[in-house]
Design a protein around this ligand. Sequence first.
Ligand SMILES: [Zn+2]
Length: 384
Amino acid sequence: MASESPSHSPDDFNRLHVFWHEGMLKHDAGGGVFDTGMDPGFLDVLERHPENADRIRNMVSILKRGPIAPFVSWHQGRSALISELLPFHKQEYIDELIEADKSGGKMLCAGTFLNPGSWEAALLATGTTLSAMKYILDGHGKLSYALVRPPGHHAQPSRADGYCFLNNAGVAIHSALDSGIRRVAVIDIDVHYGNGTAEGFYHSDKVLTTSIHMNHGSWGPSHPQKGSVDELGEGEGFGYNLNVPLPNGTGDKGYVRAMNELILPTIRSFDPEIIVLVVGQDSSAFDPNGRQCVTMEGYREMGRAVREAAEWHCEGRILMVQEGGYHPTYSAYCLHALLEGVLRLSGMLLLSDPVAYYPEDESVALSVVDYIKIYQKEFVPFRR
Ligand SMILES: [Zn+2]
């Protein structure tokens, strides 16, 4: 059905259901030089790990105190059961995590520390995402957002990676498929490749995984995937994993062009019953972990575009799942802007950008988008 005119009032059709549990703040990934956990020996001040509780505290507070607050309903999250993890994760991997927790903690891979309190937080993040998905599946709402940490999109069926232990979105997608949903589309706009989610559904044509990310390539044994255009899925899943690696410094125009000309036409062909928008604010101009220079306006535009697609294809159903975003101030502002777009707010309800000022040179990014379009037309059967 075509979208209605923009709604400016917090009615039931334009309400964001946020699922959250403060127990997730108990995960503490430690400190050192950035995300290494190491003390280099020459510095007075060691920094906190970038994936720390403050970034999420600010997201909670901007949703409670920002202009968006009247449009938000808050729901208590919950812990996942081990049995709920198993459609996505391998039992041996879950046993390894439980063992790591019992023994007082473990570095699972570079930058990824399971410390006391982390396992409890990880189970809360996955359970809370399951609740946010169930709310939509049960027909109680159309727009839900799992405000969770630790993040999940790098966690593969049997491997932790990139600050992630459990794939929150992946587990929730399995719950949707189990409930009878036939086609789920994932749009991942975190600055990093959503390799874990891609890996989990690499052989499936029921879940279309798309990811716009910085062209960072593989990063060691925990992240062998490259995130390149030729990682298209395998078997029945061939053509159902579509990667959009963009050059460093891409900015708003390149991201919005990639969304409008590569991602949304694919969603149109796939015709999903629900969209899972995997959200990372580490694509922003000030993120210590990303180089993509997206501003609040870029996030807002992408939010509007995804809502429009959801109205056309899946009766407006969008589950949003929080991933990265490591600048403690700007991540919260970019979240607000993305959700302004999703809720199609305007005027006084839009927050102004407190910091963005970078000039954009979009020529390289736009030519990359054109190149990927030609590549997909040639190699992806359902996009011909
Ligand atoms: Zn990320």
